[in-house]
Ligand binder design. Structure first.
Ligand code: HEC
Length: 118
């Protein structure tokens, strides 16, 4: 009296469910690959610098800050400094922070997380 047909059906679904979960997990692992979102932000940075439009850089410094990694301890401070200069219309001041971040972190970010990540 306790053997109802529906119980068998739900048991046979379990291996399929596990297989789907495993497939989903495997599909997620390799996405730790090249991330070009910061590179795209940088292209916009460069365009606005060439345009001489300091104020347009401010939101791009926010986007840059959002890509920070914990081991790059000055990344947030540099981004904030660049944003403050940009918002004040100080193009030279903003450009100084481009160099500051590039000298400190550009290559490491690029090869570990960015456009050249494995
Ligand atoms: C807080 C860090 C940081 C700041 C600030 C920053 N950059 Fe970058 N920039 C990077 C990193 C990291 C890369 C490498 C991104 C990659 O290739 O994944 C990069 C790459 C670039 C590139 C190369 C893009 C390409 O096509 O390969 C240009 C151009 C650039 N930055 C311009 C600028 C300009 C202009 C500013 C300032 C107005 C600026 N950056 C500010 C971190 C920064």
């Amino acid at each position: 009296m306790s053997t109802r047909p529906s119980r068998h059906r739900s048991c046979s679904l379990t291996p399929l469910t596990l297989a789907l979960v495993a497939a989903a997990v495997l599909a997620v692992i390799p996405t730790n690959a090249a991330d070009t979102t910061l590179k795209d932000v940088m292209k916009k940075m460069n365009t606005q610098v060439l345009n001489g439009d300091a104020k347009a850089l401010a939101p791009l410094f926010d986007a840059t800050k959002a890509k920070s990694k914990p081991e790059f301890s000055n990344w947030n401070a540099i981004s904030d400094k660049g944003k403050a200069a940009a918002a004040a219309g100080d193009l030279a001041g903003a450009k100084a922070t481009c160099k500051e971040c590039h000298d400190a972190y550009r290559n490491e970010y690029k090869t570990k997380y960015g456009s050249k990540a494995p």
